[in-house]
Every structure is written in structure tokens, then in C-alpha cells.
Design a protein around this ligand. Structure first.
Ligand code: FAD
Ligand code: NAD
Length: 474
């Protein structure tokens, strides 16, 4: 007799553990099967995000920011420091401690919510049974009325630059260097390339980022991408656009990378190469024979707008299904599916999912870009406000960047808000709330914002939509 549950979740990353905890909160007998092992070989819940993604990258970004501020930005405050040094082992050790705290925390949350946790690889069989292959080779089968697939994603590997974990690495490798590489190459100027490139640049590496596309941060609003590119260049990140990499050869602990751009073919030699050209849904070994669950040409589990696979009682959430590969998108899908299973109205508004890039300055946006409004023939108006005119930003000596609000030209409804600047990862939440409540630029303009705060840039940008920002000369 196999153990019976109301809900089995395959995958204990952000999407899966949110689904499991919410289902248990709603009184459903729930199990979660996850096969991620931490550095000690023991189960480490939390998936990519907690182990080698969101949390460790932010820990390293924070450590490197402290070091960079100490060595570059303190003098203007009248603070002098001499002999500042970075001990990479301590920095990585701190990151590992934070990871352990959080992965262990998910285990504690499972216990508190009575979620049965299984360590092993789960495979969906016919009739909503799940076979679990434990790391010691033992298998067992459990079953449930509902199975939620949350198997996440893995880094895309380039055929000519295979990960070796030493010279050519993925995100996990780049979070674990034991010393600052003198020369770091990065393939891909996307979110990971910029965040992890920034970490090692701030610690003293020469960083060259090779991006295939001719435009920088093509997904962001062009005005914001332009300012971000200028600021990253000032920091010394060498971003080469339109660079088509064709070869990466490891010779005597160095990586020789060949790429072509408009000026012809070039070879650059690096000590380490980070390949960050996107991630792909991971569904290998997830589905047994005859389950009826469809997987598309990109390996994604096919689901509808309710995250339903079309097979009774089988759902898919997070990076393994369509949509942006973001932890918070997975959180909300996991919660929504658990609520739907429990007979409630689960829902995720895909139009108000915020994006944040945790560089310096940070980049954040929600909703449509100006280019998207143009392409969709939506009449729009914009308002901009620079941080250089915000008292708090000047006091902080962090004046680079701007806030841009895009509103419908006729209804004034907010269509998108785009930011580059200090703490915009936090400021974007106001824009998300305004859009979720179908707010107008006028609504944002009439809300009282505390003075002096960075949020005044959002307030003034909203007023600028109607050409009435107060602290602007032109
Ligand atoms: P995952 O986190 O990938 O978890 C899936 C889990 O399922 C894993 O533990 C995996 O081992 C397990 N699994 C897979 N198949 C099976 C199986 N058959 N049986 C059992 N277990 C299985 N997003 C943000 O929103 N903000 C950020 O700041 C951010 N930073 C990032 C930084 C980096 C370096 C990276 C790589 C990613 C970052 N992301 C960030 C993206 C974020 O990590 C992912 O969107 C998120 O982890 C996806 O959650 P998930 O639960 O769908 O999948
Ligand atoms: P990405 O899609 O953000 O960027 C990949 C970049 O590589 C793109 O600019 C692409 O044009 C470029 N590229 C692709 N093939 C190339 C090639 N052969 N040569 C040169 N450039 C090439 O992917 P990523 O940075 O690997 O991150 C993966 C995903 O993880 C992100 O899309 C995001 O969903 C998630 N993530 C989110 C955060 C965050 O929210 N702050 C942080 C890290 C990762």
C-alpha cells in the first residue's frame, strides 16, 4: 500500500515549497519531493533560488558593495580607510551560512505545517502516483488526488563552452570562486551576467561581458537601459554588444574565448569564464509513460492560465512552465494552485510581475515599456524624474538614475513604471500596487510621499506625466 496524500508537490524550490505550505495551511494532506543536495550532500530545500540563485547572489552582491563603498565611496564623506582587503573565503563562507539558514528554514516550515518531506527524484506515473528514487537507490511510490509539478530550471550550456566547474562555470560556480579572478569573462549581459559580473568587478576583477544582441538589456525600457549601460561602463564593466562567441578553449588554467563582432574576429584570454546565456525548464525524468502531460519544444510543462496541465489533478508551476523565470512568479503560482485545489479562487496577475536587477544602480520595472506601447499602438504619455533632483538621493551621494512613468494618453491609467537608481528594488513595489489597483498617474501624483525619501522620485515622475513636476527646471 502506498502512502496517500491530497497533494504531492514535485520540487521544493520557491514555486514548490509555497504550493506545499499553502496546501497544508488549507488543511490538505501534503507531501513535497525534492532532490537538491547541498554542499554537505544532505537535502537542501529551496531549489535554485535559495541554494545557488536569489539569496546567495544577493549575499555576495551585498558583501562586494560594502567593499566597493569602503574603497571608492567613503572619502567624499570625510572617511578615510587604508589597507582595506577582501577575504574571499570569509565572504563565501558568510554566503554559505545564509544559504544553510534559509534552506533549513524551509525544512522547519514544512515540519511546522506538517508537510511530509521526501528526499529523492520524483517521477509522475499514471493515475497521479509518484515514484520517488532516493539518493541511496531505494524507490517508493506515493499517490495523491493532486500532483503539482515544480521541477524548476537549469542553466543553458553552450556546446562550445561546456561547464567544467573550474575554468568555465555557471551561476553556482561563479558564487564559489576561492579568489578574485584577475580576468573574468562573462557570456551573456542578462540578469546573471550583470549581477555576478558586478560582484567580481567590485572586488577587483577585470570583467568583460560578451553579449550576442546589439541592444543592451533589450527587455528593459530603452531609456532605462541607456542610463544603466552608462553607469556600468563608468564602473569599468566592459560590455561588448553584438559579440558572437564561437569558441572557448581551456589551456593551462586559462580560457581562450573567440568571438566576432562588426570589427571582425577577436580572442580574449580569461582566468575564469561565466556562461550566463539563460536557463531552460528542467523536466528530464519527471514524467513516466502515459501520464498525458505535455512538454513543449523547450522542455516546459504545458499549462493553461490556471497552471493546469489538462490532465485531471495535475498542475505545473514556476520555472518549469511558461512565463518569466522569477522566484516571486513561482511563489504566487504555487499559492494560486493550492488555493484552486482547495476550492478557492487562485489567481496570478501576469501583467504586474515586477523585474529587478540588483546591480548598482539597481534596475526595476513593471508593465509595458515605451517600445511595447508603440508596437501595440497604445496612445501613451510619459513622465520622468531624475534622482539627481531628489534631496535624499543627494544626501546619500547616490544620484545616478531616474524614474519613468508611462500612462495611457486618454485614460491616464498606468501602463508601466521603469526605474534605475538607488533602492529601486524596493520602490517598484509602490508601482506594482498602483497598477494592481488599476491606478492612474494622477492617483500616484495625489498620494502623499514622505520627505525626504527616494519615493519622491516616483511621486514627481507621476506628476511629470501631466508636466507638473515641482523640482524640475525644464
Ligand atoms: P527551482 O528553484 O529550480 O526549484 C526546483 C527544485 O526541484 C530544485 O530543488 C530541483 O532540484 C528539484 N527537482 C527538479 N526535478 C525534480 C524531480 N524530478 N524530483 C524531485 N525534485 C526535483 N529570481 C528572482 O525572482 N529574484 C532574484 O533575485 C533571482 N536571482 C537569481 C540569481 C541566480 C544566480 C539564478 C540562477 C536565478 C535567480 N532567480 C531570481 C531565479 C529564481 O531562482 C528562479 O526563478 C526560481 O528558483 C524558480 O523556482 P522553481 O521553484 O520554479 O524552481
Ligand atoms: P537572461 O535571459 O537574463 O540573459 C541571457 C543573455 O545572454 C541575454 O542577453 C542573451 O541575449 C545573451 N545570450 C544568449 N546566448 C548568447 C550567446 N551565445 N552569446 C552571447 N550572449 C548570449 O539569462 P541569465 O542571465 O542566464 O538568467 C536566467 C534567468 O534567471 C533570468 O532570465 C531570470 O529569469 C532569472 N534571474 C533573475 C534574477 C533577478 O530577478 N534579479 C537574477 C538572476 C537570474
Amino acid at each position: 500500500m502506498s502512502d496517500k496524500f491530497d497533494v504531492i508537490v514535485i520540487g521544493g524550490g520557491p514555486a514548490g515549497y509555497h504550493a506545499a505550505i499553502r496546501a497544508a495551511q488549507l488543511g490538505l494532506k501534503t507531501a513535497c519531493v525534492d532532490n537538491y543536495a547541498g554542499k554537505d550532500g544532505k537535502q537542501a530545500l529551496g531549489g535554485t533560488c535559495l541554494n545557488v540563485g536569489c539569496i546567495p547572489s544577493k549575499a555576495m552582491l551585498d558583501s562586494s558593495k560594502q567593499f566597493h563603498n569602503l574603497t571608492h565611496n567613503f572619502e567624499v564623506h570625510g572617511i578615510t580607510t587604508k589597507g582595506a582587503a577582501i577575504d574571499v573565503k570569509t565572504m563565501v563562507g558568510r554566503k554559505d551560512k545564509i544559504v544553510k539558514q534559509f534552506t533549513g528554514g524551509v525544512g522547519t516550515l514544512f515540519k511546522a505545517n506538517k508537510v511530509a518531506s521526501y528526499f529523492g527524484k520524483g517521477k509522475l506515473l499514471k493515475d497521479n502516483r509518484v515514484e520517488i528514487a532516493a539518493p541511496d537507490g531505494k524507490t517508493e511510490t506515493i499517490e495523491a488526488a493532486n500532483v503539482i509539478l515544480a521541477s524548476g530550471s537549469v542553466p543553458i550550456e553552450l556546446p562550445f563552452a561546456k561547464f567544467d566547474g573550474k575554468a568555465i562555470v555557471d551561476n553556482a560556480g561563479a558564487l564559489d570562486f576561492d579568489a578574485v579572478p584577475k580576468r573574468l569573462g562573462v557570456i551573456g549581459a542578462g540578469v546573471i551576467g550583470l549581477e555576478l559580473g558586478s560582484v567580481w568587478k567590485r572586488l577587483g576583477a577585470e570583467v568583460v561581458v560578451l553579449e550576442a544582441l546589439p541592444d543592451f538589456l533589450a527587455a528593459a525600457d530603452a531609456d532605462i537601459a541607456k542610463i544603466a549601460a552608462r553607469e556600468f561602463k563608468k564602473q569599468g564593466l566592459d560590455i561588448k554588444l553584438g559579440a558572437k562567441v564561437s569558441k572557448a578553449e581551456v589551456k593551462k588554467n586559462e580560457v581562450h574565448v573567440t568571438y566576432a563582432d562588426k570589427d571582425g574576429e577577436h580572442t580574449i584570454v580569461f582566468d575564469k569564464l561565466l556562461v550566463a546565456v539563460g536557463r531552460r525548464a528542467y523536466s528530464e525524468g519527471l514524467l513516466g509513460e502515459g501520464t498525458g502531460v505535455k512538454v513543449d519544444e523547450r522542455g516546459r510543462v504545458v499549462v493553461d492560465e490556471h497552471c493546469w496541465t489538462g490532465v485531471p489533478g495535475v498542475w505545473g508551476v514556476g520555472d518549469c512552465v511558461r512565463g518569466p523565470m522569477l522566484a516571486h512568479k513561482g511563489f504566487e503560482e504555487g499559492i494560486a494552485v493550492a488555493e484552486t485545489i482547495a476550492g478557492k479562487a487562485g489567481h496570478v496577475n501576469v501583467d504586474t510581475i515586477p523585474w529587478v536587477i540588483y546591480t548598482e544602480p539597481e534596475v526595476a520595472w513593471v508593465g509595458k515599456t515605451e517600445a511595447q506601447c508603440k508596437a501595440e499602438n497604445i496612445p501613451y504619455k510619459t513622465g520622468h524624474f531624475p534622482f539627481a533632483a531628489v534631496g535624499r538621493a543627494v544626501a546619500m551621494n547616490e544620484t545616478a538614475g531616474t524614474v519613468k512613468v508611462i500612462a495611457h494618453a486618454e485614460t491616464d491609467r498606468i501602463l508601466g513604471v521603469h526605474m534605475v537608481g538607488p533602492n529601486v528594488s524596493e520602490l517598484i513595489a509602490e508601482a506594482v500596487v498602483a497598477m494592481e489597483f488599476k491606478g492612474s498617474a494622477e492617483d500616484l501624483a495625489r498620494i502623499v510621499h514622505a520627505h525626504p525619501t527616494l519615493s519622491e522620485a516616483v511621486h514627481e515622475a507621476a506628476m511629470a506625466v501631466d508636466k507638473r513636476a515641482i523640482h524640475r527646471f525644464g
